[in-house]
Design a protein around this ligand. Structure first.
Ligand SMILES: Cc1cc2nc3c(=O)[nH]c(=O)nc-3n(C[C@H](O)[C@H](O)[C@H](O)COP(=O)(O)O)c2cc1C
Length: 396
């Protein structure tokens, strides 16, 4: 039997196979962040189709860390009943579920949170979010740390099997870790140890709030491709080692996803027309320029995070490693796991197009995903339309 269909543990949580649904923002939550029926259907389906571990899209831990759109909320106790339904829907189909906890940091706008976004340091004008972020006070940093802890408690109350911290995508934790975005000279910046402090505190706070047996995992940016000294792969390896020491149960890596590096996280086509078409007229020219500039710069490559993984995985020793990014062929995924380059393979876009892909792999009915990385699914959620594959026309 293929190694991909053998069980493996993340902490104390046994996952029945090596397939993970990589966190994918769905723009499907209710306006206030509650879990909708659309979300329940989406994840029950993926669980029924044999994905071993489901990580739904970002869940917002604090109202000031919200993103424009319809992300799932975990910032308030009122969210728990819906989150519990989501967990039950996945468990009923035999899969496990981790919640991805996120604070957006600078990557949001005043319209969404009612004031200038928060960041480790004041930033210049951001053409993507049309804002300047403000440096957080000591008190605001602790409030964000506690918000991750409270979100972990809600995840436990909802019955989730684990939580997955987003230290990626250019969001708050990523910004603190990056010397480019974090220019502080107090106890939260100025050296690698101090830049890491917020993550150490968040890990401690989250662990205090998890139920026994729940797992804690992290998605870490391996490189933020900033136009100065930012996150680099060796620095990410250093942070990864500290995360392992702090007791995380698995690590996933990504790269990029700020204004400077938009497409590194997913690579492939930049669907400029689809991205710009439905924006307000006043926003179109700047957006057109930002997206046009990206065209042709992010060629798709199979398993494109493997090179960073080679540097980072050894830093975490025996802690399981989840590889994401451009995994498309079954044989390649098998080879990655068999050769010990990863313990789990995570898929995002392939499961948007084909929710039944894992079952088809097991039944021998498919040997590769049919996703073409056209990235029009991403354009859909940018415009707050529920996630779907435009190529197949099917709602996922
Ligand atoms: C529409 C869309 C939404 C995404 N949302 C998230 C998210 O909520 N959290 C996250 O960590 N990554 C998110 N990602 C990135 C994916 O998890 C994944 O890292 C990336 O798409 C590469 O994997 P793939 O080649 O299997 O698609 C998103 C990607 C897409 C295309």
């Amino acid at each position: 039997m293929s190694v991909l269909f053998t069980p493996c543990n993340i902490g104390e949580v046994e996952i029945k196979n090596r397939f993970v649904h990589a966190a994918t923002y769905e723009a499907m939550a209710e306006e206030d962040g509650r879990v909708s029926d659309l979300l329940l259907r989406r994840y029950a389906r993926l669980a029924r189709e044999e994905v071993g571990l489901i990580i739904p899209g970002i869940m917002i831990v604090h109202p000031l860390g919200n993103v424009p759109g319809r992300a799932i909320g975990i910032h308030d106790d009122a969210m728990v009943p819906g989150l519990r339904k989501l967990v039950d829907a996945v468990h009923e189909q035999g899969a496990k579920i981790f919640f991805q906890l996120l604070h957006a940091g600078a990557q949001t706008n005043r319209q969404t949170i009612g004031r200038p976004p928060l960041a480790p340091s004041r930033t210049g004008f951001n053409p993507m979010y049309l804002n300047r972020a403000r440096a957080m006070s000591e008190e605001e940093i602790w409030e964000a740390v506690r918000a991750f802890g409270d979100a972990a408690r809600r995840a436990a109350e909802a019955g989730a099997d684990g939580v997955h911290l987003a230290a990626s995508g250019g969001y708050l934790l990523n910004e603190f870790l990056s010397p480019f975005f974090n220019r502080r000279d107090d106890d939260w910046g100025g050296s690698d140890e101090k830049r890491f402090r917020i993550v150490r505190e968040v890990i401690r706070e989250v662990k205090e709030n998890l139920s026994p047996g729940m797992a804690l995992t992290v998605k870490l940016t391996a490189n933020d491709y900033a136009p100065g000294y930012g996150m680099t792969t060796p620095l990410a390896a250093r942070y990864a080692a500290w995360m392992a020491e702090a007791g995380i149960d698995a690590l996933e890596i990504a790269s990029g996803c700020t204004t400077y590096s938009g497409w590194h996280i997913w690579r492939g086509d930049v669907p400029v027309k689809e991205l710009v078409r439905d924006l307000p007229a006043w926003q179109k020219p700047a957006a057109w320029v930002v997206f046009r500039r990206m065209v042709g710069k992010f060629d798709f490559e199979e398993g494109y995070n493997l090179r960073d993984a080679e540097t980072i995985k050894p830093a975490i020793g025996e802690v399981p490693f989840i590889l994401v990014g451009g995994l498309r062929r079954l044989e390649h995924m098998e080879e990655v796991v068999e050769s010990g380059r990863a313990d789990f393979v995570a898929l995002s876009r392939p499961l948007v197009r084909e929710p039944s892909l894992v079952r088809k792999f097991r039944e021998g009915k498919a040997s590769a995903a049919s996703c073409t990385s056209c990235n029009k699914c991403f354009a859909e959620v940018v415009h707050r339309r529920p996630l779907r594959c435009l190529a197949s026309g099917r709602e996922s």
